[in-house]
Design a protein around this ligand. Structure first.
Ligand code: GCU
Length: 638
């Protein structure tokens, strides 16, 4: 079906398949483990479809086999080797073998040669995790691709789609998934829910994916109907409740990943309600998960009672460095605000050297255009992961060096194409590929995704790549000037422009100038190198200027333009680029199957409308305050 359902796992008949079929006649799986059986099944499915004849899993090697085995390699790593009469896929463990098999299939999908094939790879970090913000009623917080794919009330009944979900995420190396919203309903921990979730965990397990749950910190109160009256982590009754609950979970789900907790933020309960710290709260759970090999992930996204929330997370968590136990991980959003199109890198990545930390990225496009504006986020994520903290020797370590894994708030829903618009799947793929290897370039990752999704047509490849790689900065250019961010209504859908509603929250716009002067404190949360750069009007990079400084409209940027002229020009240029995206995609008609071409063309139509709305709203807002006419452009000449 040409409706996006297959994502990047499109096993279409290959040119030269007869020759390939002679060299790849069957599959041999050495060992008997559920993940290895999935590996064999996936190879059989993919090879049969691509080679146009059945490629079965068989016993006993023989010539022209694809042999899957486990060998002495790093955990989750693999090698793929073309031997004289067979192909050998060796994993460091069963997961490694599965990842090797998917990579081999992708190699063939991309029509790379079998001859001389000799590949080795392994993941950069152990936690490659999705966060679903899915609720019990089937809605998804910040989801733009339909309802939850998880039919909670049908469990332990299973849907076929769970297998395709697991295949898709395993194919790019995701090994952990949190299935429910961080604004967690305690009901997910009820015994009757857990039996159902055990069935779901069973499907995921076959594809090497561990199931996690978001836990509500007040669950002991909620689920005992008030028999337990507090959620204080130091209270013996509370501790016993969690101990029993964790024992129960592991009886049902022996490979349960652990809990993700959002506490004392945006109205969620937490240890601070009882005078304890975030570390106290996290450790109480971590200690009880540890004997089972479970982990506790605790979010640092807290913002309550602040004047400038950019510094709040740092103020709360930095003093706790070194206090979190070994199997506890602090999960930190990439920036200090909330997934804006551009933010400085969260200073906490340099501020918790003695704490396990994961970076949380938002795959779902909450502030970056939902499923309407194309915004390929890999280039943004690259800037985060490559950010040198200057806390160690030289300029290092980078964020990628610091973290023990990556979590992505995922964009998946039950829409047929999974992600609400077809190009959105590139973000899902790209997140996972970066979690596997943060050193891959955006160019490499997007090329891979395009080839897997649309094939090898050169025109499609170069046009789509150019569009995708420009799309993040394009979105930025017609929405948020110079790092200002947060120009949507703060309590709403975060889609339409509403700069007036965040006046004095993300910007202090007057008739004289705009921006947010954060120089008193915020730059000092970084190493001296960044403190000096961000704190100085001369050195602060243009793209973060209005995040760090308040400036008059006539302040000159490094480009030589005034700030207000930059706001006008970037919004008009950005809109023009979206028009060009639409035209360029239109020219690919005939090179992409008609159904997908039309579907994506319709998304660009909607994108153009929304980009125009952003341009006009932001430009008139700043014209309204500054009353400065644009120079050198026709549109505002009087
Ligand atoms: C944002 C988002 C919320 C979400 C929160 C979080 O504020 O708008 O919907 O719950 O982040 O990450 O916890």
């Amino acid at each position: 079906d040409e409706d996006g359902y297959d994502l990047w796992l499109r096993y279409r008949p290959l040119p030269g398949r007869d020759d390939l079929a002679r060299q790849l006649s069957h599959i041999v799986v050495v060992g008997n483990h559920a993940v290895l059986r999935s590996t064999g099944a996936e190879l059989s499915r993919g090879l049969s479809a691509m080679l146009g004849r059945p490629v079965p899993v068989q016993d006993g090697a023989g010539k022209n086999a694809v042999v899957v085995q486990v060998g002495d390699l790093a955990a989750e790593g693999f090698t793929i080797k073309r031997r004289a009469d067979r192909v050998e896929i060796t994993g460091g463990d069963e997961r490694g073998a599965l990842y090797g098999a998917f990579r081999f299939l992708q190699h063939l999908q991309r029509q790379r040669p079998l001859q001389g094939l000799d590949l080795a790879d392994r993941p950069a970090s152990p936690l490659r995790m999705l966060n679903h913000w899915d609720n019990l009623n089937g809605s998804i917080e910040r989801g733009y691709a339909g309802r939850s794919i998880f039919a909670w009330d049908e469990l332990p009944g299973l849907r076929e789609r769970y297998v395709d979900y697991a295949r898709a995420i395993a194919s790019v190396g995701v090994n952990n998934t949190v299935v429910n919203n961080v604004n967690a309903s305690a009901d997910f921990l009820r015994s009757e829910r857990l039996t159902g979730l055990a069935a779901l965990a069973g499907v995921l397990r076959q594809w090497g994916v561990r199931l996690w749950l978001s836990a509500n910190y007040a669950a002991p109160i909620t689920l005992t109907a008030g028999q337990v009256t507090v959620a204080d982590p130091f209270d013996p009754g509370v501790q016993k409740w969690w101990q029993d609950k964790i024992d129960e979970i592991y009886r049902l789900i022996p490979d349960f990943g652990g809990f993700l907790v959002k506490a004392n933020s945006e109205g969620q309960p937490g240890p601070l309600d009882y005078g304890r710290t975030h570390a106290d709260g996290a450790n109480m759970l971590a200690d009880r998960l540890a004997p089972y090999g479970g982990k506790l992930v605790w979010r640092s996204f807290v913002h309550e009672g602040f004047s400038d929330w950019a510094q709040y997370q740092y103020d709360v968590f930095h003093p706790l460095d070194g206090q979190f136990h070994e199997n506890a991980v602090v999960q930190t959003k990439n920036g200090p605000i909330d997934f804006q199109v551009r933010e400085p890198v969260n200073p906490l990545f340099g501020g918790l050297p003695r704490t396990n930390q994961m970076v949380e990225l938002e795959i779902t496009q909450e502030y970056t255009g939902h499923a309407t504006h194309l915004c390929y986020l890999v280039p943004e994520w690259k800037t985060v992961l490559g950010f040198p903290t200057y806390q160690g020797p030289g300029s290092g370590p980078t964020v990628a060096d610091v973290v023990t894994g990556m979590a992505g708030v995922v964009n998946i829903g039950d829409d047929r194409d999974w992600t609400g618009y077809q190009l959105g799947a590139a973000n899902t793929h790209g997140f996972a590929r970066l979690a596997w290897n943060p050193r891959l370039s955006a160019d490499e990752i997007v090329t891979e995704w395009i080839e897997l999704t649309f094939g090898l047509d050169k025109q499609v490849g170069s046009v789509l790549k150019a569009i995708m790689l420009q799309s993040w900065e394009t979105y930025e250019s017609y929405t948020s000037p110079l790092g200002m961010g947060y120009l949507t209504y703060p309590l709403g859908a975060h889609f339409l422009p509403d700069p007036a509603s965040t006046h004095n929250l993300s910007h202090y716009t007057t008739s004289e100038g705009t921006g947010f002067d954060r120089t008193a404190v915020f730059p000092k949360l970084y190493a001296d190198h960044w403190r000096d750069i961000y704190g100085s009007l001369e050195n602060c990079p243009d793209e973060l200027l209005l995040f760090m400084h308040w400036v008059p409209y006539t302040h000159r940027l490094k480009s030589g333009k005034t700030v207000v002229q930059h706001i006008y020009d970037s919004h008009f240029d950005g809109y023009e680029r979206v028009l060009e995206f639409r035209r360029a995609w239109g020219r690919l008609a005939g090179r992409v199957d008609a159904a997908r071409h039309a579907d994506i063309a319709a998304t660009f139509d909607a994108h153009v409308v929304e980009a125009e709305r952003w341009r006009d709203t932001i430009v008139s807002y700043f014209y309204g305050y500054s009353r400065i006419l644009s120079t050198g452009t026709e549109w505002l000449q009087v």
